[in-house]
Design a protein around this ligand. Sequence first.
Ligand SMILES: Cc1ncc(C[n+]2csc(CCOP(=O)(O)OP(=O)(O)O)c2C)c(N)n1
Ligand SMILES: [Mg+2]
Length: 194
Amino acid sequence: MSAAPLHRRDVVRDILAPRKPELLVVGGLGSPSWDITATADNPRDFCLIGAMGLAVPVGLGLANAQPDNRILVITGDGDMLMGMGALATVANVHPRNLMIVVLDNERYGETGGQPTHTAGVTDLSAIATGAGIPTAATIRSQDELTVMIRNIHEGDGPAFYVVKIATEMPGTVLPSLDGAFAKDRFRMAVLGKA
Ligand SMILES: Cc1ncc(C[n+]2csc(CCOP(=O)(O)OP(=O)(O)O)c2C)c(N)n1
Ligand SMILES: [Mg+2]
């Protein structure tokens, strides 16, 4: 099947457009966090800097700590490949409020576009299924994206989606690089105290 390539900024904008106040977003390091910040610099988003492999573990902890909120992890294939073991924990803990989206450009985009294993034979949604996550799919078209977005905001987790995207790198839009500020801002937005 060939479909027009999906573009990362459009995908993230469309994912976040219907967001409700209870949605908390964890951004994986690098380009996914730039996409989230380019969409809106929202205090209910927590974007990681340099912490490769940790987007899903942070999202899982947040899902456990904040059962009344819905947690959306948006990360890259490189980050997910490094933190793959966390998918088994997600499947076994089974947080109904955790959604995971991998923006899969088949590249380590931020560091110069080196091909990742998803450019080869590795299928991250099959790995999520094998880990035991009940909803896992690879998204390649706008129609599939529309269904995914509805489930992200309304469906039961845990769910895991790989969105195949073009390899373009649309400009850096950095979140705050001050970790203490970012942590305090997020805690204020979620808890009302730093
Ligand atoms: C442990 C570790 N190794 C390497 C890096 C350097 N690094 C930062 S971003 C990145 C690539 C991330 O790729 P991906 O998650 O696919 O995001 P993309 O930019 O492709 O959207 C790498 C290798 C790092 N921060 N930490
Ligand atoms: Mg990538």
